[in-house]
Write a protein that binds this ligand. Structure first.
Ligand code: ATP
Length: 298
């Protein structure tokens, strides 16, 4: 690996980059700048990429990754985040970053955004930059709309185009079963096909926040909602089939995450988690059973 040859020393830093799921995604309006005004309740889950950051003397950013189909140049969100940190602080040396990829790509789970957030947090430590969480989230918003949330982690309400973050308590403890059909979805394409019925589409974020504050698992399941779901369902009928199958196997609640195509089921009891997980394997190649990450476990 080209980058590793020029390491300053063996001191390296490891950072976890957890995936997120959307408990809600309300699209409020289209903005003049082309973005959408949204409100989303998101929570991080126990499915994560792992980044190892190696300092290097040469003023260069290099990457390597456990999967072969991700770009390793300026198209990678990790590269963009590292370049941004270097530029903001005038850092004249470089890094090599190894990406151990576990989060499915283009799946609605913010894998790239979480990698970018982990890069900013890791470099903040490596180079003793003293950035606060708020400063890192602001910097991250220049890489992508979900990066700010990923800097905070835990559970939060994201507003604006996703960059305005208000922390929330963790939802009641439960299992999350994820199933990703073998298709990648372009977030831009889904937003492009969305018809906004301003004020007509039911918004779920306020109801979700109340249910979370009450610690009400049934209320959380009832408040699940995603305005992008019907758009992706129309493009990819497999998403609907997965939802139906999860419900048939006893899911307490089901929803597509982000722009999809990953669908998740919530289950309070382990026996139900096992039934849903086993019922989805064989039907779908990529199935995971994980937990929501509690506030002390980010
Ligand atoms: P979101 O939920 O924030 O919309 P996503 O889970 O749908 O994100 P990603 O996995 O972040 O999507 O990938 C979206 C695009 O970003 C892909 O086309 C991929 O090639 C590109 N990308 C760049 N860097 C990365 C990275 N480090 N990990 C994953 N994808 C990356």
């Amino acid at each position: 690996m080209e980058g590793k040859k020029e390491l300053v020393n063996d001191a390296c830093l490891m950072v976890k980059a957890p995936a997120k799921i959307n408990l809600t995604l309300d699209v409020l309006a289209k903005r003049p700048d082309g973005y959408h005004e949204i409100e989303m309740v998101m929570t991080t889950i126990d499915l994560a990429d792992r980044l190892t950051i190696y300092p290097r003397e040469e003023d260069k950013i290099t990457l390597d990754c456990t999967v072969s189909y991700l770009p390793l140049d300026e198209r990678n969100h990790v590269y963009q985040a590292a370049r941004l940190v270097k530029e903001r602080f005038g850092i004249k040396h470089g890094v090599h970053i190894h990406i151990d990829k576990h989060i499915p790509i283009a799946a609605g789970l913010a894998g790239g955004s979480s990698d970018a957030a982990a890069t900013i947090k890791g470099l903040n430590r490596l180079w003793n930059l003293g950035m606060s969480v708020e400063e890192m989230a602001e910097l991250g918003s220049h890489v992508g709309s979900d990066v700010s949330f990923c800097v905070y982690g835990g559970t939060a309400l994201a507003r604006g185009r996703g960059e305005k973050i208000e922390r929330l308590p963790s939802p009641p403890s439960c299992w999350v079963i994820l199933a990703k059909p073998p298709i990648g979805v372009s977030t831009g394409e889904v937003y492009g096909a969305l018809r906004i019925d301003e004020g007509k589409e039911e918004r779920k974020s306020a109801e979700m926040i109340e249910a979370i504050h009450r610690g009400d698992f049934t209320g959380v399941c009832r408040a699940l909602g995603n305005h992008l779901e019907s758009v992706t369902l129309e493009m990819h009928p497999q998403v609907r089939q997965i939802k139906e199958r999860m419900l048939r196997f006893g899911a307490d609640g089901v929803l597509m995450s982000g722009s999809g195509p990953t669908v998740f089921a919530l289950a309070e009891r382990e026996s139900r988690m096992n039934r849903i997980y086993n019922g989805l394997r064989g039907f779908c190649k990529e199935v995971y059973a994980v937990r929501i990450l509690g506030e002390n476990n980010r």
